[in-house]
Ligand binder design. Structure first.
Ligand code: NOJ
Length: 766
């Protein structure tokens, strides 16, 4: 139907209603047109009046319970009680709440049919017809499972990461999800923390680039587009700084570290237009994040002008009581909304207590109204009123998408980090006589999906064994033995594995962690391979047969013995649906690995926290005994941030810096020549680091300020140029002001956070 006709329908319907009813009726009518004809979505006319007027009209008609309904997010999954009567009565209860307008958003409702069923009750059965917002955790894929976000960050490719988020958005949206609780943008310097898997690692700059890429991928440019979802940057803020790497634990850090390390990815998400923010579980310096007015209002609204809405984490409002910050759930609700949390996730404190808190004057009407405005404004912005329903036909078409699987393979291959390749053991020939494939993850279809795989995790991930078999020559004999369990000791067959390994020409040994070892509330104090896997590695190593260890894990693992003794080590992370294909493509050289670590790998857990952008101390480590180091382990990591090998070699030369004496408002141009010295084409991630040598606040030994992922054919050279305003060399001084101080700065352009061409420049006083 052409746009002009749609407008006519809209106008006709508008004639007989009063202002608000007319508006609701008109958008409902348009919604009907859109469901039957999804292709028209881009042509939907904007709301009849300005958004602000509509909001005020709506607010004016709402009762307080209806307003609190819009501020309430509940679990909305299908109720499948074994007792059908209980299931029915709970379902009816839920439907009644929707009909009464007491729920504005859901978590856990999946599928076009089911979400449409609930949505119909809200749109057609509730007094005001305000549609529900269906939110879900679409973290690394929906039907198609992509690598865990930590792995994706190792691509250093915002383009790929954005594409993966866009694919996940399209699939989730088709199944009724309108809002994803992603991206998770928490900086993590502690691999004990299980949620390190969900973020982009330890660096605020890389984390910011990835945060913005994911927001763009989920939301796109056109909020009305039929394949997009509203994004939610979480967990605001400093959740990754939990003491001891223990989930939900206390966070105590300086305002400067908060601003320089933990806030930047959130700011980047806001600048990229993220529609919502989730407040975190942790406290920050004594004030829980979910009641932290400084973070939620002063910074988020005051400094960054964020105009979306804030949702709490699951029951984090109710948890203000055990935190010892609120003396009752009612007070918790008041503290949270006054601090800036607009929507309550599942603590029921807003719906149960904010009425009394307004009546006794603790919370004013205007605070409630503003929160409701923010939620409704978001619903309007994403076209929820116009398109409240999912289209089952689109859902069916995206249940399994070849294009998305191909994209998942691209992401998975690019996420792999080659850590060691002594004597160029890799890539392997495909015509070996016998190849032993060993290890508890070699033929595992479930764990490689990773910690927060979506609906598609029900399908089998491609295993390394399967993919190797598909690639070797018909004459190659592939022998598989599991060898031991992934965790615990039940099926130990190390002897059998060693026997098979000893007769092979090469061994591919796939070890790591179960997916359940990372993610929320899955923290570890031990970063080694679980169970008897190290014994398996040692046993196979003793055979003297060339061995490649492939790690599949959700966090950096301390594999010091393995890294020292085994000639080839591949960090594959939990790579999702295409895990096996991606690993095999790297092992046989179909894909030249190019991933670089987004997080430091420690030698052992005692080094944690260990990260590249640390301070120098007054006694930096040296040969001298009285310096900052350990007696029993080198102070350096096993593998540094930014590190990753390739099957080719890149040479860096000719660093140029301009100007060498810069003014405060100058733009720096920094460049180097990168040449592919080898005989294979490949990607290189060229990294730019800075150090402010002397400042009124001591500065890190290195800070990443830029990177570029380039492709070079054998023998090809290119100049890589970074352009950086001097303004970006600043920090927060003792008065919490962002300043660039004049003085000397070191510069590196290199392949990782340790090596590179070194230069210097001076920033002059104005
Ligand atoms: C709690 C988790 O911390 C958060 O990341 C997630 O989005 C919510 N639960 C909803 O599942």
């Amino acid at each position: 139907m052409p746009l002009i006709q749609m407008r006519t329908v809209y106008l006709k319907l508008s004639l007989n209603f009063t202002a608000f009813g007319r508006w609701i009726a008109s958008v409902a009518a348009i919604a009907v047109l859109v469901i039957t004809s999804p292709a028209l979505s881009a042509a939907i006319p904007p709301e009849p009046a300005s958004t602000a007027l509509q909001l005020e009209a709506m607010l004016g008609r709402m009762t307080l319970p209806e307003k609190l309904g819009q501020l309430t997010l509940e679990w909305g999954g299908r109720i499948n009680d074994t007792n059908p009567q209980i299931a029915q009565s709970k379902t009816e209860e839920l439907h009644t709440l929707i009909r009464e307008g007491k729920i504005g958003a859901f978590l856990g409702a999946h599928g076009a049919a089911y979400t449409n069923e609930l949505q119909k009750i809200a749109v057609e059965g509730s007094r005001l017809g305000i549609p529900l917002l269906f939110g879900n955790d679409v973290i690394h894929g929906y039907n198609t499972i992509f690598p865990i976000p930590l792995a994706e960050a190792c691509t250093w490719s915002p383009e790929l990461v954005e594409a993966a988020a866009a694919a996940a958005a399209a699939e989730a949206r088709a199944s009724g999800t309108r809002w994803t609780f992603a991206p998770m943008v928490d900086i993590a310097r502690d691999p004990r923390w299980g949620r390190v898997a969900e973020g982009s690692g330890e660096d605020p700059y890389l984390g910011s680039v990835m945060a913005a890429a994911r927001v763009r991928g989920f939301q796109g440019d056109d909020p009305f587009a039929a394949d997009k979802v509203l994004a939610c940057a979480k967990h605001y803020v400093a959740y990754g700084a939990a003491e001891g790497g223990r989930d939900y634990n206390t966070v105590d850090l300086s305002r400067r570290t908060l601003r320089e390390i933990y806030l930047p990815p959130f700011q980047a998400a806001v600048e990229a237009g993220v529609g919502s923010i989730m407040s975190a579980f942790n406290e920050i310096n004594g004030v829980p994040a979910t009641a932290n007015r400084f973070a939620l209002t002063d910074v988020l609204r005051g400094e960054w002008n964020f105009d979306g809405f804030v949702v709490s984490d699951y029951n984090s409002v109710g948890e203000l009581v055990p935190h010892g910050y609120a003396d009752s759930p009612a007070r918790a609700a008041a503290l949270a909304i006054l601090a800036g949390v607009d929507m309550d996730m599942c603590s029921k404190t807003y719906s149960a207590h904010l009425q009394e808190m307004t009546q006794d004057g603790t919370v004013s009407d205007s605070v409630i109204n503003e929160a409701v405005r923010r939620v409704l404004r978001s619903k309007l912005r994403i076209g929820l009123f116009q398109q409240p329903y999912a289209d089952p036909a689109v859902e069916a078409s995206l249940r399994s998408s070849q294009a998305h699987q191909e994209l998942a393979l691209s992401l998975a291959r690019s996420s792999i980090v080659l850590l060691k390749n002594e004597g160029n053991l890799l890539p392997l020939r495909t015509d070996l006589r016998t190849l032993a494939v060993i290890g508890p993850l070699a033929d595992d279809t479930k764990n490689p999906h990773g910690t927060w795989a979506g609906i598609g995790a029900g399908a089998a991930a491609v295993t390394v064994l399967e993919a190797i078999k598909a690639r070797v020559s018909p004459e190659t004999s592939v022998r598989f033995v599991k060898g031991c369990d992934l965790a615990g000791v039940h099926e130990d067959d190390i002897t059998g594995a060693v026997a098979v390994a000893s007769k092979a020409d090469a061994v591919v040994l796939v070890v790591g962690e179960p997916e359940s070892y990372s993610g929320e509330a899955h923290c570890r104090t031990n970063l080694q391979l679980p169970g008897t896997q190290l014994d398996l590695v040692k046993g196979v190593h003793r055979t003297g047969v060339p061995t490649i260890v492939v790690l599949m894990n959700g966090r950096p693992l301390s594999v010091a013995w393995t890294a020292e003794h085994v000639p080839a080590l591949v960090e594959a992370w939990h790579l999702g649906a295409q895990s096996g294909n991606a690993v095999a493509d790297v092992l046989f050289g179909k894909f030249n690995p190019a991933g670089k670590l987004a997080i430091t790998i420690p030698r052992n857990v005692g080094q944690v926290p260990i990260y590249y952008n640390h301070k120098n101390t007054g006694r930096p480590p040296s040969e001298d005994r009285w310096t900052s180091k350990y007696l029993d382990t080198p102070w350096t990591p096993l593998f540094p941030f930014g590190f990753g090998l390739s099957y080719t070699e890149f040479a860096y030369s000719d660093l140029r810096i301009s100007p060498l004496e810069a003014d405060m408002d100058d733009n720096l141009v920094l460049s180097a020549t990168i040449r592919n010295k080898g005989d294979r084409a490949g990607h290189e991630v060229v990294q730019l680091y800075f150090r402010d040598i002397v400042a009124s606040i001591t500065r890190p030994v290195k800070e990443l300020k830029g990177f570029r992922r380039i492709w070079l054919e054998p023998g090809q050279a290119t100049r890589v140029e970074f352009s950086l305003p001097v303004h970006r060399l600043g920090f927060y001084n003792s008065r919490s002001e962002y300043v660039v101080e004049p003085g000397r700065f070191k510069v590196w352009i290199g392949p990782n956070s340790v090596n590179g061409l070194e230069g210097a420049l001076t920033v002059q006083r104005r």
